[in-house]
Design a protein around this ligand. Structure first.
Ligand SMILES: *[C@@H]1O[C@H](CO)[C@@H](O)[C@H](O)[C@H]1NC(C)=O
Ligand SMILES: *[C@@H]1O[C@H](CO)[C@@H](O)[C@H](O)[C@H]1NC(C)=O
Length: 206
């Protein structure tokens, strides 16, 4: 019997295999309410930020079959700071937010700089990334030194990103989105733009 793995080792292996490993290269198309339902396309090279890329892949391939639902479905673009960033990634459903808000991942070293069109995770300090993301509207490479590792780059539809409704800027209250979801956003910020759905594609074999 001594050749069998102890139970704790088996459980550790199971836990490790449960975390999704992203393809070496993938894309995510974000279908949005912007400009009568236009889309933008993000491309990710896993080597740029492996932990962040794995989490994003996990979030956009939830559901069964994988890819039929995404964490980002019906998420509002709740923070829009012109010439700086657009931020999103709090679920419209408080139950779903609750499930993910404490699943923090470790930081990746910064390899991809926060230039225009680059997507990074929002964070509340070291090793606090979960689901919230931002896209840089401008060259924000000063964020690199603060530990924000770029995950991917918008390669098509940056005009759509630029057109996300910016009238509310930083008014939507993040705690109220976490606790009340889209009911809060719909009743207080009727013009807010949303992600409708996402489509993830493995490009590593292309
Ligand atoms: C959206 O569609 C409406 C109705 O077809 C049109 O009037 C409007 O100009 C369109 N807006 C944009 C930003 O494309
Ligand atoms: C945008 O998509 C939504 C949901 O899929 C749909 O209800 C709506 O009619 C679409 N609007 C336009 C202008 O195509």
């Amino acid at each position: 019997m001594h050749h069998l793995l102890p139970l704790f080792a088996i459980l550790a292996l199971l836990a490790a295999s449960a975390a999704a490993t992203a393809p070496a290269k993938y894309s995510v198309e974000f279908h949005t309410t912007v400009n009568n339902n236009s889309s933008f396309l993000l491309e990710v090279n896993r080597a740029d930020a492996p932990l962040g890329a794995d989490r994003l892949w996990e979030l956009v391939t939830l559901g069964s079959p994988a890819g039929s639902a995404s964490y980002y479905d019906l998420n509002g673009f709740f923070r829009v700071v012109p010439q700086f960033v657009v931020q999103f990634g709090i679920s419209g459903s408080p139950a779903v937010s609750k499930e993910w808000m404490n699943k923090e991942i470790k930081d990746d070293p910064v390899k991809l700089s926060n230039t225009r069109g680059v997507l990074s995770y929002a964070a509340a300090g070291p090793n606090t990334r979960t689901t919230q993301l931002f896209i840089n509207f401008a060259d924000n490479s000063r964020l690199d030194g603060m530990g924000f590792a770029g995950i991917g780059t918008v390669t098509q539809g940056m005009d759509v990103v630029d057109a996300i409704y910016a009238g509310y800027q930083q008014e939507p209250n993040q705690e109220l989105i976490y606790s009340q979801g889209n009911a809060y956003l719909h009743s207080n910020f009727p013009k807010l733009d949303y992600i409708i759905s996402t489509t993830a594609k493995d490009l590593s074999l292309a």
